[in-house]
Design a protein around this ligand. Structure first.
Ligand SMILES: *Cc1c(COP(=O)(O)O)cnc(C)c1O
Length: 372
C-alpha cells in the first residue's frame, strides 16, 4: 500500500456538491471581489482565533508584510526572526525594507531560544520581533516572550501559519498576541483552493491599517492615504474557506488522533518524536521525528522511498545559511541548535482523514528499515 505524504482530496461527503452549488451561484452573480463571504469569513475567523479582528488577504506572506507595515516597520529597522522557519518569515522583513537578524532555535519545541532572543533584543535594539509557531504548536515560553517584548517596547509579530486550531493554556494560540498571521495555503490546517491569508489582532487601529494597506492604502473609493498594494482575498476563495470551516473541528480531531498514534508508537521503534510543550493542545499539523544519526535517517528515507511512503523535511536548512540571506541577514543571536534541528527533522505522512491502516503501514516500513 502506498501512503502519500499529504492527500488534500479527502473531502467530507457532500463537500464538493455544496461547493459547486455555491461557486455556481456566485459566478452567476459575478460576485468575485467583496460580497458577503468575506465579512462572514472574517467574523468566523476572529471567533475561531479568539481575537477581536481578522483581516483576510492574498496569502500568508502578504499577511506578514501587512502586519509589519501596520506596525510601522520599514527602511533601516532591525527585526529579529527565527533561524528555523519558512523562508517567508525572513523575506517579509526584507520586502518592507527592514534588516533581519536571525535567532537560534530551541530543539525542544522548535521555537526560538528564549535566552538568545532576550540577548538579541539588548544587542540589536530591534523595532520588532517575529516568532513562528511551527509544527502545530508554539514556544513553551510564549507568555515570557510576549511579556519580554512588552517590557522592552518591541512589537511582537507572531507567524501563526502552522498553528491554526492549536491551543495555548486553553485558548487559541493567537489569543493574546499583539498581532499574528496565518496562511490558507492548501496544505495548511485550514487550507484554501489556492492562496490566502489573514492577520489577527485585538487592536482596532492595527486592524484598520492592515485592511487599508491591503487595499491600495484606500481611504475612499478614489482616495489614498498610504502606499499599499492589492492583497485582497477573492470571494470564491472566501466561500471555499467558509465551507471548509464548517468541517474544521472534525479535520483537526482527525489530525490530532493521527499525531497521537504516531507519538504512541514511534518511540518503541527507537524514533524520537517532537511533542507540543505542556501548555499546548496541538492541531495535528505535522509529525516531526528527530533522527539525529544521519545513517539511520538515510536508511529510513530509502525504505520509505522504496515502499511508496511519502515523507518530508520541514525544514532542511536554517534561514541564515540560505544563499538568498547572504548580505541580507545582519546578524545572528545564539548558537547553532537550529542547524541540528534542521538536519534531524523527518516528517511522516499526516493529513485529515488518514486511516489507521495507512499509519500502520508507515510504522511497519519504518520498523523493517530499522531492523536491517
Ligand atoms: C506557509 C507559511 C508561510 C507563508 O504562507 P503563504 O500563504 O504560502 O504565503 C509563512 N510562514 C510559515 C511559518 C508558513 O508555514
Amino acid at each position: 500500500m502506498k501512503v502519500p505524504f499529504i492527500d488534500l482530496k479527502r473531502y467530507e461527503s457532500g463537500f464538493l456538491e455544496t461547493l459547486n452549488a455555491t461557486l455556481a451561484a456566485m459566478a452567476a452573480n459575478a460576485q468575485f471581489i467583496g460580497g458577503p463571504e468575506i465579512p462572514r469569513l472574517e467574523s468566523r475567523l476572529s471567533h475561531f482565533a479568539g481575537v477581536s479582528h481578522a483581516v483576510t488577504c492574498a496569502n500568508g506572506t502578504d499577511a506578514l508584510q501587512l502586519a509589519l507595515r501596520a506596525l510601522d516597520v520599514g527602511r533601516g529597522d532591525t527585526v529579529l526572526v527565527p533561524d528555523v522557519t519558512f523562508w517567508a518569515t525572513l523575506e517579509a522583513v526584507v520586502n518592507v525594507g527592514a534588516n533581519p537578524v536571525t535567532v537560534d532555535a530551541d530543539i525542544a519545541d522548535g521555537g526560538v531560544a528564549f535566552d538568545a532572543l532576550a540577548d538579541g533584543i539588548v544587542r540589536f535594539g530591534p523595532k520588532a520581533v517575529i516568532i513562528a509557531h511551527l509544527y502545530g504548536w508554539g514556544s513553551s515560553r510564549l507568555d515570557d516572550i510576549r511579556a519580554l517584548c512588552v517590557e522592552k517596547k518591541v512589537a511582537l509579530l507572531e507567524d501563526g501559519a502552522q498553528c491554526f486550531g492549536a491551543e495555548y493554556r486553553g485558548k487559541p494560540a493567537y489569543t493574546g498576541a499583539l498581532i499574528s498571521t496565518t496562511s490558507f495555503y492548501p496544505a495548511k490546517v485550514l487550507g484554501g483552493a489556492g492562496d490566502g491569508g489573514a492577520v489577527f489582532t485585538d487592536d482596532a487601529e492595527l486592524a484598520e491599517r492592515v485592511r487599508r494597506l491591503g487595499n491600495h492604502g484606500r481611504t475612499a473609493h478614489y482616495g489614498y492615504g498610504d502606499i499599499g498594494w492589492n492583497s485582497r482575498l477573492d470571494s470564491l476563495q472566501a466561500a471555499f474557506l467558509n465551507l471548509s470551516l464548517d468541517h474544521i473541528g472534525t479535520r483537526i480531531a482527525s489530525r490530532r488522533a493521527s499525531a497521537a498514534l504516531y507519538r504512541e508508537r514511534l518511540p518503541s521503534l527507537g524514533i524520537e518524536v517532537m511533542a507540543p510543550p505542556a501548555d499546548y493542545t496541538e492541531n495535528g499539523y505535522c509529525n516531526v521525528c528527530l533522527i539525529r544519526d544521519p545513517e539511520r535517517k538515510a536508511a529510513l528515507e530509502a525504505a520509505f522511498r522504496a515502499a511508496g511512503v511519502g515523507f518530508g523535511n520541514i525544514y532542511p536548512g536554517v534561514m541564515s545559511q540560505q544563499p538568498g540571506a547572504q548580505g541580507v541577514s545582519k546578524g545572528h543571536c545564539g548558537g547553532n541548535v537550529g542547524e541540528t534541528l534542521c538536519a534531524s527533522v523527518l516528517n511522516l505522512p499526516l493529513f485529515s482523514y488518514m486511516t489507521t491502516g495507512e499509519i500502520q503501514r508507515v510504522l511497519d516500513v519504518a520498523a523493517s528499515a530499522l531492523r536491517k
